[in-house]
Write a protein that binds this ligand. Structure first.
Ligand code: ZN
Length: 307
């Protein structure tokens, strides 16, 4: 009995010794092994978290700055989120509004953090024709459409950038990242083909949407978005009336709205034209599943109203 207690004590002491010798900081996470070696990656929005996880898989832990349900364009990071950055290997930016004001603070919180611009290689387009027509030139630099995560074609470009960054940070797992990238690119091609197929027979390709987040999606699939809100503003009564008459004239009966934004104007228009409001989420974390759902929503609704 005494022998057994002795063996257990030795094992315990040895265990503690081994544990503390490979963990210089006893205050850090108690996990060891592969878990402790994961790359900590910070991104701005949830769809990016999906992209990085598809390529980094078991070698990454990804945190999004904008939490579920929050409106990303007016989001402001909280002070405790700066603390989380001190553990990060990389920040993958997508040039959404808050990054411009905060990136200096982010890099000051962790100067060793690699900052990766995932918009590289992507030509961004102006946010909407209506915005341009109104002569809104005061924020010339901010008129480019940030919603590049809603185009499978542009996500392929972002995936390549993410892959290159992960290889830079963790060369030993390059082969694995490359295999994951290939699979992701194949899935993106399949999604693109599926969306094309499901929208094939749709004749009236205009849709009203509260927030103009679908510019690249519309461009890729020959659709046309008519935004209600532009530049973060609810429409005036006159603008609302104009939209309603346009919808009636062009036989548009469906208004898309997004859960992150006010649905009041969308509901007013839908009521006036005898149509309905459909919620589509541009920021869901399960990006692939959400895009498939969005595509079938578009296809169902838009083909129904061809009368
Ligand atoms: Zn948006």
């Amino acid at each position: 009995m005494i022998g057994r207690v002795w063996v257990m004590t030795v094992a315990l002491v040895l265990g503690v010794t081994v544990f503390s010798s490979c963990r210089p900081s006893p205050t850090s996470t108690p996990e060891s092994g592969p878990e402790a070696n994961k790359l900590q990656i910070v991104v701005s929005i949830l769809p990016q978290k999906y992209f990085v996880e598809r390529i980094g898989d078991r070698h990454v832990t990804v945190t999004a700055m904008v939490p579920p349900g929050a409106e990303p364009h007016t989001f402001e990071p909280k002070p405790e989120q700066l603390k989380a950055l001190s553990q990060a290997s990389a920040y993958m930016r997508i040039r959404i509004e808050f990054e411009e004001a905060w990136m200096n603070k982010f890099t000051a919180a962790n100067p060793r953090m690699l900052v990766v611009d995932t918009t590289q290689g992507i030509q961004r387009i102006p946010i909407s024709a209506k915005f341009q027509e109104q002569g809104e030139t005061a924020h010339a630099g901010e008129t480019l459409d940030p919603h590049i995560w809603l185009s499978p074609k542009l996500v392929k470009v972002q995936a390549q950038t993410i892959y290159q960054a992960l290889v830079k940070l963790d060369a030993p797992h390059q082969a694995e990242y490359q295999a994951n990238l290939q699979q992701f690119l194949t899935d993106l091609d399949q999604l693109d083909a599926d969306i094309r197929q499901s929208l094939k027979g749709v004749k009236n390709r205009k849709f009203i949407v509260f927030h103009p987040g679908w510019g690249y999606f519309a461009r890729d699939y020959q659709l046309e978005q008519v935004p209600i809100e532009v530049g973060g503003q609810e429409p005036s009564a006159a603008e609302l009336a104009q939209l309603i008459s346009q919808a009636k004239r062009e036989n548009i009966t469906v208004v898309f709205a997004e859960p992150q934004f006010s649905q009041r104007a969308a509901e007013t228009i839908a009521k006036e034209i005898g149509g309905k409001v459909l919620l589509i989420d541009p920021l869901a974390q399960d990006w692939m599943k959400n895009m498939q759902k969005v595509a079938s929503t578009f296809a169902n609704i838009m083909s129904q109203r061809v009368k």
